[in-house]
Design a protein around this ligand. Sequence first.
Ligand code: UT7
Length: 327
Amino acid sequence: MNFILRGFGHYAPEKVLTNADLEKIVDTSDEWITSRTGIKERHIAADDECTSDMGYEAAQKALAQAGIKPEELTHIICGTFTPDSMIPSTACRIQEKLGIKGQMCLDVQAACSGYLYALQSARGYLCLEPDSKILVVTSEVVSRRMNWEDRATCVLFGDAAGATVMTSGDTADGPHVVDVMLAADGSLGDLLTVNGGGSAYSYKLGEAIGPEYFVEFKGREVFKHAVRNMTDMCESILERNGLTKADVNVLIPHQANLRIIDAVGRRFDIPEERIFTNIARYGNTSAASVPVALSEALETGFVNKGDLVLIPTFGGGFTWGSALIQF
Ligand code: UT7
């Protein structure tokens, strides 16, 4: 079966927070953030804007590009670690905003690897029901899970949403997913957490919330594992498909840190001009980063018909993966 990606869309909130703005909030500098991460600015959701609002915006664009009406959808799969609420799922909220009913709606939580986990889930559902039309949407309001007093984390993330529509079909119909490989190692879960609000942490009505309600991580440890696992998974997916690094036209990695991206690019001898990055403008948007990058890479002509695109991701859990998309 061919897994066709018929439409791509992305959305970012209007408000932009620059490194200069952050200098006024925490003890940091544009120089430190730029040299250590490559980030210059990030988008921040409005007070009345939530994850499903942004996912809805991205979904509308992807559906329009696909030429598929919302009511034709059969499944909505939403990747996010910042859902609107515990219940209902964000996928259900997006369904409601699209004005449709009846579809299977499911949230997938794999932190920054959320898009590839959602994409692989979509491939599974498509195998079960080949006539499916599946919305894969990832959306994150990471800003609400930031401790704005912690300079080690709050400078890194941003808010955004990305969406794609997947159906079966002919490879001439559009880009298609060649393969996806996923992995996880729960024994390293404590290196990147948002513990507050979960069942492992008791909390009572009226209690003040603490730093555990926000993203906490051991940056250097995450960095090391990210480079190693993203690289290993890229090697595995190329090998499994009888390909070599010379076959890859474009690298579109999860946008966590420009130094991580550069390190992965170097291991695959992929020159800078064939690596798509938008981290300077978005920061790390977690599960949204890959579909936003895919959508922008298409929109700007960075990726063209015939290109084989390699996509590595890494996130909390730890979770990681790689995908090959043939444009
Ligand atoms: O998508 C998956 C999630 N991604 C991640 O978790 C990110 C992975 N990790 C990273 O990207 C990098 O490790 C960071 C960007 C988080 C940190 O870069 P680093 O080069 O590993 O710096 P560090 O954590 O070792 O900190 C170096 C210094 C420390 O000061 P001392 O101890 O050397 O005096 C920090 O206190 O930089 C200091 N520092 C800052 N200084 C200015 C940490 N954050 C900041 C800041 N501004 N925002």
